[in-house]
Write a protein that binds this ligand. Structure first.
Ligand code: AMP
Ligand code: MG
Length: 335
């Protein structure tokens, strides 16, 4: 990534833990966040989802977190990892239930320069959803329904906190009034070119570009069909358009940027092994997962919403660390 991809900004830094935890701002933000998780559970339970408790460690974890380092732990003499995301377990869980979700902690040692992006933490959480036999269109509807429900409930129940935080609830009217926008990655690249920002149709959209697009919109929108190579091996490739994935990001409006990534998943053993090899990794690393896949897993689609990112957008916060009680900025020694 080029330096500008991260666009360092002057953002407020977390104060000491006592000042942070006793601040009326933090307390308002955490009440908004509490409403977000309650609303997520309410919506997903109503749609027939089973909440599972997420794993924290495992022999392997999601390799798709580009640029971030994984954390090793010693598990009785075996090298285990802290979860960067629970994607492999989400696919496995569908052996038990067809609709599952976690609210899961993730640890990613993000590059040092991301400490000043206002959108990266080294420890954060995802609302992590997976649905057996779902298509991408169906999972987009779940993501839209979930985010709309969350925003509607927070606006109704936490208007005092939003007002204290200076968040004008009128910002949510477009979101509540209509469906989220949808565009392909190809279209996003063309829009960026028209805005004077060079964007290859074959590459990931960097943060500066994403913010440009985000600032053009007044309600969240989906970008679909990212090019292969930009995402993990578990995002399904479109058989009719090789090189293109059946995946998506959900982008918040007003410049807040990415809230969520998701996809139809690859569930075919040979395809998964080929995709792992294409990324230069040794399939043997994924032993337990590949054993399951070989014996058969369900096709699925799912997504993960960054909880602190969603809180930042809903509460209108300057920086994502404000949405965490014990914020860990990349590289910053903190409790
Ligand atoms: P990813 O699978 O990398 O797209 O991560 C899923 C979601 O988690 C993203 O859409 C973000 O909302 C959130 N996320 C990813 N990395 C971070 C981070 N370092 N700090 C805070 N949120 C993150
Ligand atoms: Mg993403």
């Amino acid at each position: 990534m080029t330096q500008t991809a991260y666009e360092p900004r002057t953002v407020p830094l977390p104060p000491d833990p006592r000042a942070h935890l006793t601040s009326p701002v933090t307390r308002s933000v955490l009440l908004v966040q509490n409403e977000i998780t309650a609303a997520a559970r309410e919506y997903l339970a109503g749609e027939g989802f089973v909440e599972l408790l997420p794993p924290i460690i495992g022999p392997v974890t999601d390799p798709g977190a580009r640029g971030a380092k994984q954390v090793d732990i010693d598990y009785y003499g075996h090298k285990y990892k802290l979860m960067t995301s629970a994607i492999l377990y989400k696919q496995a869980s569908l052996l038990a239930f067809d609709k599952i979700f976690y609210i899961a902690p993730n640890v990613r040692l993000e590059p040092l320069e991301t400490a000043s992006t206002a959108r990266h933490l080294a420890e954060f959480h995802q609302i992590d959803v997976e649905v057996a036999h779902a298509s991408r269109e169906e999972i987009l509807d779940v993501a839209q329904g979930l985010v709309s429900h969350i925003v509607r409930r927070v606006a109704a129940q936490r208007s005092a906190e939003l007002s204290f935080l200076g968040r004008d609830p009128r910002a949510f009217q477009p979101l509540l009034d209509g469906p989220f926008g949808r565009m392909t990655h190809h279209q996003a690249a063309a829009d960026l070119d028209a805005l004077g920002h060079e964007q290859s149709p074959d590459a990931e959209i960097d943060w500066v570009a994403e913010r440009l697009l985000s600032a053009q919109h007044e309600r969240p929108f989906f970008i679909t069909d990212y090019p292969k190579g930009s995402r993990g091996f578990y995002d399904k490739e479109n058989p009719d358009r090789p090189g293109t994935l059946r995946n998506f990001d959900l982008i918040a409006p007003e410049g807040y940027g990415e809230l969520c990534s998701g996809s139809e998943r690859e569930s075919d053993y040979r395809q998964i092994v080929a995709r792992i090899r294409e990324t230069g990794e040794n399939p043997q690393k994924y032993g337990w997962y590949l054993d399951l896949v070989r014996a058969g897993i369900k096709s699925s689609a799912g997504f993960g919403i960054g909880l602190e990112r969603l809180t930042r957008y809903v509460a209108g916060l300057e920086a994502v660390w404000q949405a965490n009680a014990y914020p860990k900025l990349p590289g910053v020694v903190s409790p």
